[in-house]
Design a protein around this ligand. Structure first.
Ligand code: FAD
Ligand code: NAI
Length: 463
């Protein structure tokens, strides 16, 4: 009889966990994945990336019809919102994709253990009523919403991202607490569908972690679209009565308080790693000050045979980062060399226009040494101009001595697609000249990346 029930037990079937399980099985390891949700796919497929993009995509069409953008191109329409159908297509996308993971588990012979997992020891895990043993355990339990002290999320008036995806009617006034990725994406959805949206952000600028120019410019664009911003402001209290919320706001640096009424409040101030109930101590593990499980370069925790990936470990909380770590950890368990280059993880905000970046911000690059920066406005890109998409720019940051590309930032309608070529170039150690001399198809938005790269040495063609 085998010493263990499984070679690999993955805890959590989000993009980190399900990918790790499939790759481990592909590599010939006997694999199980414990998941407590009714469906596979984790936050991303059930209540995150996928449903939010379904609502963003549909609301973008509605907005284009309602705000005159279609009329400008000779298409006269008077759109009427059918929110139930919009929600139905969101649910359908989720159902199809989560069902797809179940199919892939069957195809690859990954056993789904349904239930909550907790450690009995480093190689023994209780899942629901069953206890299983595994030579290797991968913790991929993801993250959940960070609560705002004193503010109760009732999923009716005060919602988190999950509640904000499912609102049964368009709020008159939605206050978004936190000008990060979730606040801007879901705030945009409901603004497009007719809500007045106010975004309260603690810091002096939205989108922390993004390049300074990008933060300023995107703020201007969202403001122009109608989102009102209260920067440098904190919410100290939210009282709910009769289906309405009264918020108390104060300047972050101190000062006079003001109140604001809303019929929907979205709390989106970040996410925290999920480790409650895992009994990490029984596996000889603890969390760091940020609640994360510490790992080494190979995704090993300090306990032999226990590994961790995704939102529960340090690094950006992004699905593609979790997926790549899932592949790498499975390869490492199988004795191969699984590596993730954490310096080249793209970030995309799926607003309109999209906001995307990879590598260092200009500010961070300058702290490391001398840099050259090339910028190119989307207004001068023929495709963006033709499509009536004048907002945004591309910025390429390169090392002043070696010309190696250190970071690329874009605001453009398809910035999320454009950033892939920048990530690939950086992965291959490209210089700005390499990008500038690569032939880009015309007319495409991506030509703006070529021109920004040309601008690094001062010679773009179209400005
Ligand atoms: P998760 O996806 O959180 O999955 C962890 C799974 O583990 C969950 O299903 C959970 O039920 C399960 N689990 C937890 N504890 C246990 C236990 N003890 N036993 C059994 N099962 C357990 N990222 C992007 O890159 N692009 C986007 O567009 C994007 N949009 C987002 C939109 C929203 C609204 C939100 C909330 C997030 C979004 N994200 C996006 C972030 C992305 O969802 C996460 O980074 C990603 O899901 C992390 O993957 P993971 O596998 O680490 O964890
Ligand atoms: P976030 O970290 O992106 O933004 C939170 C914002 O709230 C920050 O700007 C912060 O300064 C602000 N804040 C914190 N406390 C506050 C307070 N008391 N009052 C006012 N503002 C306050 O977190 P968010 O938007 O909740 O997203 C969570 C995670 O989900 C992110 O790490 C992100 O990577 C991921 N995500 C990714 C998406 C994507 O890739 N497109 C989409 C949605 C989420």
């Amino acid at each position: 009889m085998a010493e263990f029930d499984y070679d690999v037990l993955v805890i959590g079937a989000g993009p980190g966990g399900y990918v790790a399980a499939i790759r481990a099985a592909q590599l010939g390891l006997k694999t199980a994945c414990a998941e407590s949700r009714e469906t596979l796919g984790g936050t991303c497929l059930n209540v995150g990336c996928i449903p939010s993009k379904a609502m963003l995509h549909a609301s973008e069409y509605f907005d284009a019809a309602a705000n005159g953008a279609m009329e400008k191109m000779g298409i006269k329409v008077s759109p009427k919102l059918d929110l139930d159908t919009m929600h139905a297509q969101r649910k359908d996308a989720v159902k199809q994709l989560t069902g797809g993971i179940e199919f892939l588990f069957k195809k690859n012979k990954v056993t789904w253990l349904k239930g909550r997992a907790s450690f009995e020891d480093a190689h023994k895990v209780k899942v629901g009523d069953e206890t299983v043993t595994a030579k290797n355990v991968v913790i991929a339990t993801g993250s959940s919403v960070t609560p705002l002290p004193g503010v109760e999320i009732d999923q009716k008036v005060v919602v988190d991202s999950t509640g904000a995806l499912e609102l049964p009617k368009v709020p008159k006034h939605m206050v978004v607490i936190g000008g990060g990725v979730i606040g801007l994406e879901l705030g945009s959805v409901w603004r497009r569908l007719g809500a007045k949206v106010t975004c309260v952000e603690f810091l002096d600028q939205i989108l922390p972690g993004f390049d300074g120019d990008v933060r300023k410019e995107s703020n201007k664009i969202f403001k122009k679209q109608g989102i009102e911003f209260k920067l440098g402001t904190k919410v100290t209290e939210v009282k709910v009565k009769g289906g309405k919320a009264t918020l108390t706001l104060e300047p972050a640096k101190g000062g006079d308080a003001e109140t604001m009424e809303a019929d929907c409040v979205l709390v989106s101030i970040g996410r925290k790693p999920n480790t409650d109930g895992l009994a990490l101590d029984k596996a000889g593990l603890e969390t760091n000050q940020r609640g994360q499980i510490e790992i080494d370069h190979d995704f090993r925790t300090k306990t032999d045979g226990v590994w961790a990936i995704g939102d529960v470990v340090p690094g950006p909380m992004l699905a593609h980062k979790a997926e790549d770590e899932g592949i790498a950890v499975a390869e490492n368990i199988a004795g191969q060399t699984g590596i993730v280059n954490h310096d080249v993880i793209p970030s995309v905000v799926y607003t309109w226009p999209e906001v995307a970046g990879v590598g260092l911000t200009e500010e961070a690059a300058k702290e490391k040494g001398d840099v050259k920066v090339g910028k190119f406005p989307m207004l001068a890109n023929s495709r963006a101009k033709t499509n009536h998409e004048p907002d945004g720019f591309v910025k390429v940051i390169a090392d002043a001595k070696t010309d190696r590309v250190l970071g690329v930032w874009c605001i453009a309608s398809v910035a999320g697609t454009m950033i892939a070529q920048a990530a690939q170039a950086m992965e291959f150690g490209a210089t700005s000249e390499d990008i500038a001399y690569t032939c880009h198809a015309h007319p495409t938005h991506s030509e703006a990346i070529k021109e920004a790269a040309m601008a690094v040495t001062g010679k773009p063609i179209h400005i």
